[in-house]
Write a protein that binds this ligand. Structure first.
Ligand code: IPM
Ligand code: MN
Length: 354
């Protein structure tokens, strides 16, 4: 009997449903070809639903999500909802409740893709950022005092626990070992100013490093790493960092790999249920036009399959994407690909079935 994976699908807002539809096209095709089944359960929530009903997440949603093997997410975000509500109420809530403590973001320039960096090619840009995903400045710790007065105080605390750092750092060492490329792990921090938080990060990093004598370790301040990503991206193999720094440097990473049209990520709980998404957001201005690039969602689907253990199928997706970027599509930008959203999905679905 062939294996069946239960996938919770959250198409979400904006162009989310369009790109997820193409991703599913590809996943269905590749699963047939490689002999496994996907049992998809759709969940309708996001900004659109919130505006209509006032509900952020359906009741018992976490019971349902915990029963799945993985979650496939489009995008959450709506221009008419005040910033912070959907982010905290939906996206971050899912990451926290499901304890998805790793945010895994590959930065890889595919052949044929226009790179904004002069003289850099696919051999130079191929690294992975491992972002801590449940702590740091994202926990919501802090608050207002004397709000609305001229004496107002706002605090936002960065929470860094030994356990939280250690599990992330361990994951990063293991990942670097398995990736087996340059076997180099860079800690990205700010030890010269954030002398408590990154002192703990640094001590933990070098303590765990002792268990991995084959992995080269390196350190970069976060401000400096933004320079090196642009000047010498080939220096990086795997980078590990805290939540906010990871958020910032992976947007830069997405740009040097050719843009949000191709950037995918995973919110991983190695012991639980993980969630995979294109990192570009809901792109409301492109919604419903059939011009958004679905490759990021398709690549996120590939990451999901690799995570589920279907490495051959995941490789088939990547190979097809490479074939497309090398020989067929003109640009990764919405509306400039030379094909529509659905045509790209059709092409990849056809290629992975070969
Ligand atoms: C991301 C996004 C989120 C984050 C937002 C939408 C809360 O930017 O996944 O990188 O900051 O983590
Ligand atoms: Mn971000």
């Amino acid at each position: 009997m062939s294996k069946t994976y239960k996938i919770a699908v959250i198409p979400g807002d904006g162009t989310g449903p369009e790109v997820i539809a193409e991703g599913i096209k590809v996943l269905n095709s590749v699963s047939q070809r490689y002999g496994f089944k996907l049992d998809l359960a759709f969940f309708d929530f996001g900004g659109e639903k919130y505006l209509k009903t006032g509900e952020l997440l359906p009741e018992n949603i976490f019971d349902d999500l915990r029963k799945s093997d993985a979650i496939y997410l489009g995008a959450i975000g709506h221009p008419d909802v005040k910033p912070g509500i959907l982010e905290k109420g939906i996206l971050l809530r899912m990451r926290f409740e499901l304890d998805q403590y790793i945010n895994l973001r590959p930065v890889k320039l595919f052949p044929g893709v226009d790179c904004p960096l002069k003289d850099k090619g696919p051999e130079d840009i191929d690294f992975v950022v491992i972002r801590e995903n449940t702590e740091g400045l994202y926990t919501g710790a802090g608050g207002f005092l004397k709000k609305g007065t001229s004496d107002e105080i706002a605090t936002q605390l960065s929470i860094n626990t030994r356990k939280g750092i250690e599990r992330c750092v361990r994951y990063a060492f293991e990942y670097t070992k398995k990736r087996n490329k340059a076997k180099k792990l860079t800690l990205c921090g700010k030890t010269n100013v954030l002398t408590y938080a990154f002192d703990l990060w640094e001590r933990t990093f070098y303590e765990v490093a002792r268990e991995y004598p084959d992995i080269k370790t390196d350190y970069s301040h976060v401000d400096a790493i933004t320079m090196w990503f642009v000047k010498n991206p080939e220096w990086f193999d795997v980078v590990v960092t805290d939540n906010l720094f990871g958020d910032i440097i992976t947007d830069l990473g997405a740009m040097i790999q050719g843009g949000l049209g191709i950037a995918a990520g995973g919110n991983i709980n190695p012991e639980g249920v993980s969630m995979f998404e294109p990192i570009g957001g809901s792109a409301p201005k492109y919604r419903g036009k059939n011009i958004i690039n679905p490759l990021a969602a398709i690549c996120a689907g590939g990451m999901m399959l690799e995570h589920l253990g279907e490495k051959t199928a995941a490789d088939a997706i990547e190979k097809s994407v490479v074939e497309l970027t090398s020989n067929r599509i003109k640009s990764l930008a919405a509306g400039k690909m030379g094909y529509s959203t659905t045509e790209i999905g059709d092409m990849v679905a056809e290629m992975v079935a070969r």
